[in-house]
Design a protein around this ligand. Structure first.
Ligand SMILES: Cc1ncc(COP(=O)(O)O)c(C=O)c1O
Length: 416
């Protein structure tokens, strides 16, 4: 057996998120002062009390044994009810799997949908974890170009596809761009996927964070088709909607029973099951969702409206993001590439942001998911991502210091 490579994982570059995470920690340790953290998508607000109580009560009464691999019946029924009434899905308990976070749900879904030589279409600007997950599952990522406004272009997607394409990844609202796809755009992508015989993985982690309209779940557009003809598998998270990031809870609504049965096998091997008390917390979160999701959206929208507007005025942000928790700034007028910009901003102002390149990696992988080489989309070299779900005072400080830093770089005229 060859010992030259441990596994495909050894060839995967670590994500930009981890690098900046470590750099911020290092600076805090070295200077003894707190870094203004605009690099992490962790909310400053907490889950509502009923969620905490449900978790603690489950622990106290000893509801801490394994549940079935697919999750607690009560939670799955509550999720199905929510998907039917709020998302317009024809969901069913038999096709619903609870997962320890949507990240794990996505990884397991990719493992479920993989096959020898299979490829997955991922947007050129993406959440880096999607790429890592695809590679680990043995799905070869093929990056599809986006239009100038960072929206998917169906013609470009069709052109990027090959006979080996098996999965199309859609993420709306998108991390990191904040782009929200409308019904018409989702319909076009769905038609393309159905015509070509692709699965669609619809990552809807930010479904409750839309600031100018309503969220559309792509699977609702095929609710009238019989399950065995459906292609959209939808992934949801409790992390963002209910501020439950550390609880680790998500769920996957599979298109059809066959895929659901296969994913159960994958999950048996991966997790055995999801934490039981956390699932009780999830039931409570769904019960009070109307109030909590509206309140949480309002908090983030306030941050967006008040503290991102100066970035628009400074010409660093084209427009306020329509959804999600992140904004991509264009810092090209500083003359610095995003990596240098982020390093210097952290060193001189104590503000952490993520260089955009890391969201635009283009790996060249072989059929087994081993990365032979990689580069970055050149247009992302001047983008940096800021998270606006953070404490308003920190966001205000961070944005002010960032604009100050841009001015000190001799930014000149607004980049527009
Ligand atoms: C687009 C997207 N999907 C999924 C996740 C995973 O969320 P979780 O595993 O906490 O449910 C994240 C987290 O940041 C994300 O940005």
């Amino acid at each position: 057996m060859s010992r030259d490579i441990l596994s495909a994982a050894e060839s995967i570059p670590s994500s930009c998120l981890h690098r900046i995470f470590r750099a911020a920690e290092r600076r805090e340790a070295e200077t003894g002062t707190e870094v203004v953290k605009l690099h992490v998508g962790d909310p400053y607000f907490d889950p509502s009390d009923d969620v905490t109580d449900a978790f603690v009560d489950a622990v106290r009464r000893g509801d801490t044994k394994y549940t079935g691999v697919e999750g607690l019946g009560g939670l799955r029924e509550a999720v199905v009810d929510k998907l039917r009434t709020d998302n317009g899905l024809d969901a069913a308990v038999s096709r619903l799997l609870v997962t320890p976070g949507s990240c794990q749900g996505l990884a397991a879904l990719f493992q479920t949908l993989t096959g020898p030589g299979a490829e997955i279409l991922i947007p050129e600007l993406h959440w880096p974890v999607h790429i890592q997950q695809a590679l680990l599952a043995g799905l070869r990522p093929v990056l599809y170009p986006l239009g100038p406004d960072l929206r998917p272009d169906p013609e470009a997607i069709a052109a990027a596809a090959t006979p080996r394409t098996r999965v199309l990844l859609v993420n709306s609202p998108a991390n990191p761009s904040g782009v929200v796809l409308d019904r018409g755009e989702l319909r076009t992508l769905l038609d393309l996927a159905r015509t070509r015989g692709w699965h669609v993985v619809s990552d809807e982690a930010y479904e409750h964070f839309l600031y100018d309209g309503e969220h559309t779940s792509m699977a609702s557009l095929e609710r009238d088709a019989p399950p065995e003809e459906r292609v959209v598998h939808s992934v949801f998270s409790f992390s963002k909607s209910f501020a439950m990031t550390g609880y680790r809870l998500g769920c996957v609504a599979l298109a059809d029973d066959r895929t659901a049965d296969v994913m159960k096998v994958v999950q048996e091997a991966n997790i055995i099951g999801t934490s039981t008390p956390v699932q009780y917390a999830g039931i409570a979160a769904l019960k009070s969702r109307a109030e909590s999701t509206a309140a949480n959206r309002k908090l983030v929208q306030h941050n967006r409206d008040v503290f991102l507007s100066p970035l628009v005025e400074a010409g660093l942000l084209r427009e306020l993001p329509a959804g999600g928790w992140y904004a991509m700034l264009d810092v090209s007028r500083t003359g610095l590439d995003a990596e240098t910009f982020a390093d210097r901003l952290l060193a001189s102002k104590g503000v952490a942001v993520v260089p955009g390149e890391g969201f635009a990696m283009r790996p060249d992988a072989d059929d087994r998911g081993r990365v032979r080489d990689h580069d970055y989309a050149p247009w992302a070299r001047h983008l940096v991502r800021v998270a606006f779900c953070v404490d308003p005072a920190a966001l205000e400080t961070g944005v002010n210091r960032l604009i100050e830093f841009v001015d000190e770089c001799g930014g000149g005229a607004a980049a527009g």
